[in-house]
Design a protein around this ligand. Structure first.
Ligand SMILES: [Zn+2]
Length: 308
């Protein structure tokens, strides 16, 4: 009897040698010019949606310059998107729930293999109650002596040529300027997410403005002002319309998302951060959003690209 052992790897290598497309990341949004939003993770905190948790890239002229959120799974999606750690100019963590921040350490470790030495600005909320601010969060992870991943402490002090993280904490409900660089600027504003300090980010690149609403319950009318006239507004549709209790204190149901978007009036609305319970009646939930907002609505998928 003949036993045949089929090893797929050599066959794949031959195929990729013949098809240069194999060397391209399957989820690339890269455009030589212009601004593109890429969804890295469109899922939520429960492992029931088949999606990475919250993470987004803003591509500017072919480079992934800004990353908002780094939830679980974003490490894998970052690579699939073809993004490079060297190109990142800014990381914003909207809040310090795991589904928005747990992917950061592996991303940093991956970046430690790059040639990058220049500092990397990273912003998030200031601390409140049981939640640390982004500064203490990074120390709890990266401190040489007490950090869970103290072996990555170069990101705190720049030792051994490691790019140092420079932190900015957003502690106010007023809109504040956080960071600006070549042709790109980022503003932030605290948004209501129960007792959890959370920040919405507004990324301006050329004529394009992309607002990331973070997890929020939609109760602050100043947020719609913050997002007014954005090219793209990303809102997190986590819960169904009949949500009550803690879920409602944390999150806006679809009809409230529609009202917020209606007031902000963006060019496009991207709905994201799904779980099984908000995907269950997706069509009906999107219809509720559309009652308040008559513009273009996109339902996010991991690695999807949205242009202004
Ligand atoms: Zn979340």
């Amino acid at each position: 009897m003949t036993i045949r052992i089929f090893n797929r790897a050599p066959a794949l290598f031959v195929l990729c040698s013949l098809l240069s497309a194999c060397s391209q990341p399957t989820g690339s949004c890269v455009q030589p010019a212009g601004v593109t939003l890429q969804v890295l993770g469109s899922g939520g905190p429960i492992a029931d949606d088949g999606r990475a948790s919250s993470a987004y890239l803003v591509w500017v002229d072919g480079k992934a310059r800004v990353m908002i959120d780094a939830g679980g799974g974003s490490f894998l999606r970052f690579g699939e998107a073809g993004a490079r750690f060297e190109d990142l100019d800014f990381i914003g963590l909207s809040h310090l729930h795991t589904d928005h921040s747990a992917g950061l350490p592996p991303l940093l470790k991956s970046g430690s293999f790059s040639d990058r030495e220049r500092p990397l600005p990273i912003a998030g909320p200031g601390g409140d109650g049981v939640f640390p601010g982004v500064d203490d969060f990074l120390k709890s992870v990266l401190d040489r002596d007490s950090g869970a991943y103290g072996y990555l402490s170069g990101f705190l002090d720049g030792s051994n040529g490691t790019p140092m993280l420079t932190t900015v904490e957003v502690a106010t409900g007023d809109a504040v300027s956080i960071w600006s660089g070549e042709n790109v600027a980022v503003d932030g504003k605290r948004v209501p997410h129960g007792i959890v300090p959370a920040v919405a980010f507004r990324v301006r690149a050329g004529d394009t403005t992309i607002v990331f609403g973070s997890d929020q319950n939609g109760s602050d009318p100043a947020f719609a002002e913050f997002a007014r006239g954005a090219s793209i507004l990303v809102m997190h549709m986590v819960v169904p319309e009949d949500v009550r209790g803690v879920g409602r204190r944390l999150h806006a149901p679809p009809s409230v998302i529609g009202e917020v978007a209606g007031h902000a009036n963006p060019g496009k609305l991207v709905l994201s951060h799904f779980m099984a319970r908000s995907l269950k009646d997706l069509e009906a939930n999107v219809a509720l959003v559309r009652k308040g907002y008559g513009g273009s609505v996109t339902v996010a998928e991991d690695l999807s690209c949205v242009t202004p």
